[in-house]
Design a protein around this ligand. Structure first.
Ligand code: OGA
Ligand code: NI
Length: 218
């Protein structure tokens, strides 16, 4: 993705969300923001997931990359669809422009060197989750921050599917319900899991990388 500064300036509202994200990340290593987008923009993203599924665009997720790629239902039950940033319909752009504007703020305030991002739509069918793991590991060392945007308009407390983030001693830091229009950001080296959901769970997952995506396969 091209990370040139976007031509649209951040609104006051967007800037206050950036501030909150930066403060929370400095303090805790993770950040939660509710009501991220105007409801109509979040709804359009939810619709997009349903549309892509109807077009059979999702595939079963796996673990690892290329030669070490495996599918293991026991570990990870979601279906994913990678996002091509050269091909984003206009009505879906508010979310991606938010992410794009966030990157320079993170670089400046947290002294990071984020250069790119990768992103996929995801859904977990009822009964599935994702066991404890890290998003940054030896075969994939360039993920610095993990970002998840939840798109579940009718989510209820007992629907399960919480994201649980742990510290290095696997002590629980926070449990996050995947509520509609909620954003969660955390350091990719944190151990985390998705508890089994009792109803379908939709999201967009993004990773901020410290290297250009085309170069991470080298
Ligand atoms: C992942 C992941 C968390 C979530 O896709 O690697 O941990 O809440 N997702 O969906
Ligand atoms: Ni993860």
């Amino acid at each position: 993705m091209n990370l040139r500064p976007s031509s649209i300036d951040s609104s006051v509202e967007e800037l206050s969300k950036f501030d909150s994200i930066l403060d929370q990340l400095v303090e805790n290593g993770f950040a939660i923001i509710d009501n991220l987008l105007p409801v109509s923009d979040a709804t359009a993203l939810h619709q997009r997931i349903l549309e892509l599924e109807a077009e059979n665009e999702f595939e079963k997720s796996g673990i690892g990359k290329l030669a070490v790629f495996q599918i293991d239902e026991e570990i990870r039950g979601d279906y994913i669809r990678w996002i091509d940033f050269n091909d984003i319909p206009l009505h879906l752009s508010p979310y991606f422009s938010f992410l794009q504007n966030l990157i320079p703020q993170l670089n400046r305030s947290l002294f990071l060197n984020l250069k790119d991002l990768e992103s996929h739509y995801a859904f977990y069918p009822a009964g599935s989750g994702y066991k404890k793991h890290r998003d940054r590991f030896r075969q994939n060392p360039h993920r610095v921050l993990s970002v998840v945007f939840y798109l579940n308009p009718l989510w209820k407390i007992n629907d399960g599917g919480e994201l649980v983030i742990y510290d290095d001693k696997v002590k629980e830091l926070v449990k996050v319900e995947p509520l509609f229009n909620r954003l969660a950001i955390f350091r990719s080296e944190f151990i985390h899991e998705v508890l089994p959901c009792h109803t379908r769970r939709n999201s967009i997952t993004t990773w901020f990388l410290d290297k250009e995506l085309e170069l991470t396969f080298l």
